[in-house]
Design a protein around this ligand. Structure first.
Ligand code: GTP
Ligand code: MG
Ligand code: ZN
Length: 352
């Protein structure tokens, strides 16, 4: 155990977490924050220092979402073992890649999600809209962070394109290798605040962590000349401390971000379309060919990018599908629960 005292507040502990504690909890355990997740357990940081803990299998089974980086757990006084998990005030979630319908927790107890992209071929408005929806759904402030501003003749063109994704997201452009430039992120990095960097491989997430911590904490890798794609250098999520008391989480580059049931988040990302839709002649207007459609009129007048409408529809379909699969799974779990209870009853009947 390494020891250098850090207060709970500086670790990001909030009244929201305190309210979940009982007197009994405090007699038997103490809070610790997860900095990384391993096959054998968790690396945690507490007031006592940095150490490893195990998680009992029955606790893992009882959790709706797996424990992730940024989560708070209660660690037993008696042994380096997790007694229980503390509900986070925010979680960034996505569906696991592939056909699997498993929800993955990317990071917990976040104040800001930096959606990182570069001034090159990586910049993709429809992909950014996915990240924004996930952040808004989790009630985490998103910031579109455009890196490699130093490698680009006209970074303003990317900044403008990011601003066009709605008035709701903040936009910043930096050279991730330059501490002076990265100081633009200071407003989000106050003591006890937690932020995470997400985005494709090669956009500079680990470079940002290294510049902010002032240490070569994370390996960084080059990108392919041809299409600006990275080489998936970072392979696991990890949380690091900054000298000023903020926490930054580095994540592996994502090939795709499959959204869950993020309908509310989508309404925020596409608030300009929602505002127009309220002015359509028909209340159930589909914005396809109806007369008096304010959305189509805005597109015709050049005030709305048709890509926005296409993207909104696609993401709404995806979110609705995710919502449906969640319901189906719950229904299945319920009927499975009934099956096991009736099986137990049958067994008991035969015992007598
Ligand atoms: N010039 C310049 N190079 C940058 C900037 N940000 C990142 N790079 C370079 O881009 C490459 C990829 O950076 P990484 O930090 O490894 O990217 P990453 O997002 O962590 O990638 P993964 O770990 O694969 O997800 C490295 O060669 C960095 O030096 C920037 O703002 N300006
Ligand atoms: Mg990386
Ligand atoms: Zn309409």
């Amino acid at each position: 155990m390494s020891s250098s005292f850090i207060s709970l507040a500086r670790l990001g502990w909030r009244p929201f977490h305190s309210r979940q504690l009982t007197l009994e909890d405090l007699e038997t355990a103490h809070p610790a924050r997860v900095s990384s997740v391993h096959r054998s357990g968790l690396a945690v940081i507490s007031e006592q220092g940095t150490f490893s803990v195990t998680v009992p299998p029955r606790l893992i089974e009882s959790l709706e979402l797996p424990i992730t980086v940024g989560d708070w757990v209660l660690v037993e006084h008696a042994a380096p073992r997790v007694q229980r998990a503390i509900t986070p005030y925010s979680v960034i979630k996505r569906y696991a890649a592939g056909t699997d319908h498993r929800l993955q927790a990317i990071a917990a107890n976040l104040d800001t999600l930096f959606v990182v992209t570069s001034c090159n071929d990586d910049f993709n408005p429809s992909r950014l809209e996915r990240y924004l929806a996930v952040a808004f759904e989790a009630q985490v402030e998103p910031v579109i962070l455009i890196t490699k501003a130093d490698q680009c003749d006209d970074p303003q063109q990317f900044i403008d394109a990011a601003h066009a994704l709605g008035a709701t997201a903040t936009v910043a452009a930096v050279n991730a290798m330059d501490a002076n430039s990265v100081s633009a992120l200071d407003p989000w990095l106050q003591s006890g605040q937690t932020v995470a960097f997400v985005g494709s491989s090669g956009v500079g997430k680990s470079t940002l962590v290294n510049t902010l911590t002032g240490k070569p904490q994370q390996a960084t890798g080059g990108i392919r000349e041809l299409d600006s794609k990275g080489r998936h250098t970072t392979t696991s999520r990890e949380m690091f401390a900054l000298d000023d008391g903020a926490w930054v989480i580095d994540t592996p580059g994502m090939r795709e971000l499959r959204i869950g049931a993020v309908e509310a988040g989508l309404r925020t990302v596409f608030d300009n379309i929602e505002a127009l839709a309220a002015q359509c002649h028909f209340r159930d207007c589909k914005h396809e060919s109806e007369t008096g459609c304010a959305v189509l009129a805005a597109i015709a007048a050049g005030n709305l990018d048709p890509r926005r409408l296409t993207s909104y529809r696609k993401l709404q379909r995806e979110a609705a599908l995710a919502e449906m699969t969640t319901h189906e799974r719950r229904a299945r779990d319920r009927s499975f629960g009934r099956m096991t209870t009736s099986a137990i009853k049958v067994k008991e009947k035969f015992k007598r």
